[in-house]
Design a protein around this ligand. Structure first.
Ligand SMILES: Cc1cc2nc3c(=O)[nH]c(=O)nc-3n(C[C@H](O)[C@H](O)[C@H](O)COP(=O)(O)OP(=O)(O)OC[C@H]3O[C@@H](n4cnc5c(N)ncnc54)[C@H](O)[C@@H]3O)c2cc1C
Length: 496
């Protein structure tokens, strides 16, 4: 008989999938209710599944495994609360390593980013309430289960937001931002819809945080909680991003992704799952903190996508026989600079990590129970730089690849005896490259540049974690520009 290792809380990919198969059906796709383990979702499940496989693989364990500060058990890093700078470094490096292997977003970072935000915010809100609330106790109880179950969390932050120029309490429909519609002795009832929730359709838990800073009259919108993804009162309408299926010219990894509209319809949340309910200042910090942790995750995933882009551009040049051309070198250098600067920004953010956050109008202050927060300026600088370069990177690949990825024939045309050999003959460019490899390569470039998944990934790379303007606002409000003005005045000889 197998005995459970009480010092470890790791699940296998198989156990994760079994868990999904037992969940209540509340996922809608293209007019139908589907199972979480529906064939359509399996590329995404396999992508997240890699986070379980990697935790069992000695090659990745230094990055993948952490020690729970609650139980001392060995846990998957995706369920960990950052205890020090080392944890921040490892999270960044883990994200880069995994994204490289699955060929894009690893999908599980929303959980670690949401939990780290709720950890700090629930603690501070209780402190403000002088013990009248138990948000942090609720959170820690929930976290222990989350870690012990090696659960996949997604983060539902982005609200539909209605009229962009109006605040939550000014909206014609107050449900434009998820809000509390009733407070009861045993919990709260919430209503609204969070959008673009990555991997919510294959997550065990949904972590909900506000989307923006809130004013004192917006108590009902200052709400954070976590519930199972199949909770009563929750409907998910999902979009599924799969690549074109290939049977013969198979890819090394078939990456998949999903994003949900998560609708909360008079949804009851018991108090033990509530981490914030009315504390507007901390609601704003929750929004800021999730975004900050998530921008730090981008300093791992965007460099990984950069790594893959650099490799793909270099191969495109080689397959086209132009590897030695001057403009190829220039473009590769550009890609390397953005990729490694994005990584360097995240590294610095980890190295300068502290248990503190930026409070508007106050500056950086100690915040939370001592858990670590990456430096905000460097997280924002890195995310903005790499996010804004998403389309430039695609442009470079498009340039070096030429038009072939857009019009490349489908797989079965290469297998059809009437067209296969002819197509192979006309696919040949560089005599040193085997034609079957060239076929796989141009299909892969088509996946990146011309597929629905490729397009979605670009929009995600640009807006995910916050549109560039959000990072620009964070950078300019938090940076000490006055100090720089004083420096400039000193050199200019200005005294006032
Ligand atoms: C693929 C993908 C995955 C994502 N995954 C997640 C996820 O897992 N969880 C999650 O919570 N979110 C997720 N997001 C959401 C992402 O964080 C948002 O898309 C981003 O914050 C921008 O918000 P928005 O889409 O509502 O765009 P908007 O905010 O509507 O932005 C559109 C434009 O309007 C401008 N704008 C908006 N408000 C104002 C204003 N008041 N004044 C002036 N200009 C304004 C913006 O700067 C931008 O130029 C994901 C997004 C994508 C595309």
């Amino acid at each position: 008989m197998m005995t459970k290792d009480m010092t470890s809380a790791l699940r296998t990919k198989k156990q994760y999938i079994e868990g999904l198969s037992k969940m209540r059906r509340n996922i809608y796709f293209d007019g139908h209710l589907i199972d979480r383990t529906d064939e359509l979702q399996m590329d995404t499940v396999n992508t997240i599944g890699f986070t379980f496989d990697a935790a069992q693989d000695p090659k990745y364990q230094d990055l993948m495994l952490a020690k729970s500060h609650l139980t001392g058990k060995t846990i998957n890093r995706f369920t960990h609360i950052h205890q020090n700078k080392e944890d921040l470094h490892k999270k960044q490096d883990m994200t880069r390593a995994l994204c490289q292997q699955v060929g894009g977003c690893i999908q599980r970072c929303m959980g670690i980013d949401g939990t780290n935000a709720c950890n700090a915010v629930s603690y501070e809100a209780d402190k403000q309430n002088n013990g009248a609330t138990e948000y942090h106790k609720n959170f820690l109880k929930w976290l222990e289960k989350f870690q012990d179950g090696d659960m996949v969390g997604c983060c539902a932050q982005t609200d539909v937001k209605g009229d962009r120029m109006k605040r939550p309490h000014q909206q014609k429909d107050p449900d434009a931002y998820v809000r509390i519609i009733e407070r009861k002795s045993d919990g709260i009832v919430v209503q609204g819809c969070k959008v673009h929730n990555s991997e919510a359709s294959v997550a065990d838990e949904i972590i909900v945080v506000p989307t923006r800073a809130l004013t004192p009259e917006e108590k009902d919108w200052a709400v954070a909680f976590a519930i199972p993804a199949d909770w009563e009162g929750v409907k998910q309408v999902v979009t599924i991003h799969n690549l074109r299926e290939r049977k013969h010219y198979k890819k090394g990894f078939m990456q998949g992704a999903t994003d949900s509209y998560t609708i909360f319809d008079k949804c009851f949340i018991p108090w033990e799952r509530v981490f914030l309910a009315g504390e507007t200042t901390h609601g704003g910090v929750a929004a800021l903190l999730f975004a900050l942790f998530h921008r730090h995750s981008y300093s791992g995933c965007k460099p990984a996508i950069g790594d893959l882009t650099i490799g793909t551009v270099a191969l495109a040049a080689e397959y086209n026989g132009i590897a030695k051309a001057g403009h190829v070198r220039e473009k590769l250098a550009e890609l390397i600079m953005v990729t490694e600067l994005g990584y360097a920004a995240g590294f610095t953010a980890s190295e300068m990590g502290k248990p503190e956050v930026y409070m508007p109008g106050v500056g950086f202050v100690p915040y939370g129970p001592g858990s670590y927060v990456p430096n905000s300026i460097y997280c924002n600088v890195g995310r903005c730089l790499t996010g804004e370069n998403v389309y430039r990177e695609a442009e470079i690949l498009c340039d070096i690849a030429g038009g072939v990825p857009a019009t490349f024939p489908h797989e079965r045309d290469f297998l059809n005896p009437e067209t296969g050999d002819l197509l192979k003959k006309y696919t040949m460019r560089n005599p040193d490259i085997k034609v079957d490899n060239a076929i796989k390569f141009w299909m892969h470039v088509g996946d990146i540049l011309c597929s629905a998944s490729g397009g979605i990934s670009q929009v995600g790379g640009y807006h995910g974690g916050g549109s560039p303007v959000m990072e620009q606002i964070a950078i300019t409000t938090q940076y000490n520009i006055q100090e720089k003005k004083d420096l400039a005045k000193h050199i200019a000889g200005i005294e006032d």
